[in-house]
Structures are given as C-alpha cells and as structure tokens.
Design a binder for this molecule. Structure first.
Ligand SMILES: Cc1ncc(COP(=O)(O)O)c(C=O)c1O
Length: 403
C-alpha cells in the first residue's frame, strides 16, 4: 500500500516485483553480508579508453555544454547508419530513418506514447523486459500478451511463437496496432534466425501491423551465432523499427545512448514528440559515441568475450552443483529453471531463500510477467572470482536440501 494517493496513470503501474528482493538484499548488506549480485542487468565493464578520452576532450569545449539536439547530432546519426551498413548490410538514411534516444528504454517508452492511444492494442511477449509491457500501458493502450515458448529447439520455439502471435492477433478486437519483439531476448535468452523475421514481417505487412524490435543484445552473441537485425529483411522498413543500444556491447549503460532505426513514419512521429520533451543527450556523450561506433568492432568483442567466459563459468559450476542449466547463445543472462524441489516456492520466495541462505541475488522470473514463474534470471555482472564464490555458495545451499 502506498502512503500517497496514486494518480490514475500511476495506479496502472504496480510496484516492481523485484522490489521485495531488492529490499532484502539491502537489509542483508546493511548487516554486513557480502551479497553476490546477479539481480540487475547493469553492466560492470568500462568503455574503451579512447571513448572516455573523447568524452573528456569534448567536454573541455565551451560550446558543447549548450542544449544538444533531441534527434541526435547529424554526425552521430551518420555513424549509426554507417555501423548498420558495415555490420548488417542495411542502408539507412540518417535524416529520415534514424533518431537518437536517451537509451533504448526512453526510446521505447516515448515510441509507445507516439504510436498508441487509449483503445489501441499492443501485442507483447511474456516473459518480457518490464518496459515492453508498461510503455503501452503508460500510453493508455491495452496489452495482449503472447507467451514465449521456454523450451525446445530454436526452430520449434520460433514456430510456436509465430503461431501464438497469429492467433492472438486474429483474436484481438480492435486489431492490434503494434507488436513488440526482442531477440536475443531478455530475460529468456531466446534467439531467432533470419527466417523468423521474414515470416513476421510478411505477416505484419499483410495485416498493417507495426513491429518494434528491441535489439538491445545485438552484440552479445556466442559460439558462432550472430543475431540478425530485423532490418536485414527486404521491405522490413515499411512496417518496422529497431532499437539499438550502446549499453551492453559498448559498456555505456550510464551514458544513455540508444537509437530507433527504420520506418520513416514512425521516426518522424517520435521526432515530433521528442522535440517537445527533451533536448537530447549531452553533446560530448554524442561526440564520443561517434568515436565508439566508428571504432574497430573488436572493442565490442572484448566485452562479449568477458560475458561469455562468465556465463561458461556459471553454467558449468551450476551443473556441477546439480542445478541443470543450459548455456545461452546470447545476452548477458542465464535463464534458469528453479530446481524441482524448490518449484513449489515460486520464483520470488526461491530468490529470497537463495539470497538469505547462499547470499546470491537473482531476479525472480515472476518479475518478467506471469509466464516467467518457475524461473530465475542471473545477470553475469560480477567478475569471475565472484562467480566462482557464488557457485560454491549455491553448491553448499543445494547440498543442505539433498535427502
Ligand atoms: C531488452 C532490453 N531493452 C532495453 C534495455 C535498456 O537499455 P538502455 O540502456 O539502452 O535503455 C534493456 C536493459 O537491460 C533490456 O534488457
């Protein structure tokens, strides 16, 4: 219960499920416990030094402290378009098909305000990154959830998911206006192949459905997998935009640099809205982001390799400890089914137990929507030494409950 009256729009935003786990984490820390924290996907790595140097150099120039440009400075929009051409072979017009956002979270939030009105329907997968659900809610729209299959091969899951989207769309009244997608997926780590995007673009075009694809984990792919951009599909730009973020691959979480790329109508509308709302990200950050995007891609690969190594350690360690998990092909997460003997606790209670007894913090699956129940998510934002320690703690914890 809130101590204050909640205004109607705020009433539609429940307290974060993660809050209870976070409170316990803070309490244990105050009591002096060392908590190994895999709870939030908040990257712990530092951007490459030349990017930080450019930020400092640019901040020394008096003119860079004025208001910046809400849509992003032209050089930055050109840099992201060049990056997409090099990496995905996708040609984009920096004027009409690219806009900067204050991180992709702000991007998706205002995108939904621009695209949706009360009475409109958005199709959103579940489990999902919370803002995928709540951005349409904040816009006053209704949400229909589409379950993401949690088990099976990549092609089985793709097919099942497509079928669910088609069915949910056909059942929607009025017809859904926007479909939100996110692959590689947070929290489930589900990946798709290009074929999936071909099919969904084809469907969306036939039905007049907009697609918003959150590509936050574009750069964190392992074992030879390369995540496709939806914009690689011919004609995707007619109905789709993609959000690209510098948070994960470039380790620039706090810098707040994201982009919306693709369909010119969507971008025009977002630009109009944002011109009322903000003056853009601090210019030196934008200038340094140009340097980052123009850099050799190896700076991203270095971060990717660190996350990969951490995931390997965690996955192998948990399997040795008797918690059966599979290494993901992408993201910085491990989406782990709660061991059988703890299933009945539910993900929130299990996360609290793990925190209390093993001093390891994870995100309960229920925080990502009802379909996330039965799972927890580890974000590998702790170093290798601490991951080894976490595995030892979990092993001890599990052993206690072995009959
Ligand atoms: C799927 C997804 N989208 C967006 C974001 C937010 O990224 P940004 O820092 O670009 O706002 C995250 C961050 O965890 C995420 O997991």
């Amino acid at each position: 219960m809130s101590k204050y009256e909640e205004f109607p729009r705020i009433k539609r935003l429940p307290q974060y499920v993660f809050a209870v786990v976070n409170e316990l984490k803070a309490k244990l820390r105050r009591e002096g416990e060392d908590i190994i924290d895999f709870g939030m996907g908040n990257p712990d790595l530092k951007p490459a030094q030349h990017i930080i140097d450019k930020l400092c150099e640019s901040a020394q120039k008096p003119h860079t402290h004025r208001y910046s440009m809400s849509q992003g400075i032209p050089r930055l929009r050109k840099a992201i378009c060049d990056f997409y051409e090099r990496r995905y072979g996708v040609k984009l017009d920096p004027e009409e098909e690219a806009i900067m956002t204050i991180g992709s979270k702000e991007g998706i939030s205002h995108l939904m305000v621009a695209m949706l009105s009360p009475g409109d329907i958005a199709l959103v997968p579940s489990p999902r990154y919370p803002i995928h659900y709540y951005a349409p809610v904040i816009a006053g729209a209704s949400v229909l959830t589409v379950p993401l299959p949690l088990e099976g091969s990549v092609s089985e899951r793709q097919e099942k998911f497509l079928k669910s989207i088609y069915e949910t769309y056909e059942d929607s009244y009025p017809k859904a206006k926007v479909l939100i997608l996110n692959f590689p997926n947070n929290p489930t780590t589900m990946i798709v192949e290009k074929e999936f995007f071909k099919e969904i673009v084809d469907f969306a075009k036939k039905k007049g459905l907009w697609i918003v694809h959150d590509f936050a984990y574009a750069d964190l792919c392992y074992d030879g997998y390369k995540a496709p951009s939806i914009l690689e599909i011919e004609g995707a730009k007619d109905i789709a935009v993609e959000l690209y973020s510098m948070t994960k691959g470039f380790s620039m979480a706090g810098w707040r640099v994201g982009f919306v790329l693709g369909n010119p109508t969507i971008i025009y509308n977002l630009k109009r809205l944002k011109s009322y709302l903000d003056y853009g990200t601090f210019t030196p950050i934008q200038v340094a982001s140009v340097i980052a995007l123009d850099s050799d891609y190896s700076i991203v690969e270095e971060a990717r390799d660190i996350y990969n190594k951490r995931l390997e350690l965690l996955v192998n360690g948990l399997n040795r400890a008797g918690w059966q998990v599979e290494k993901p092909k992408a993201t910085m997460f491990l989406w782990a089914k709660i061991p059988e003997k703890f299933q009945k606790l539910g993900s929130v209670e299990f996360s609290m137990k793990l925190l209390r007894e093993a001093h390891v913090a994870v995100a309960p699956g229920a925080g990502f929507g009802e379909h996330g129940e039965g799972y927890v998510r580890f974000a590998v934002v702790e170093n290798e030494k601490r991951i080894r320690q976490a595995v030892r703690n979990i092993k001890k914890f599990l052993r206690q409950y072995n009959d």
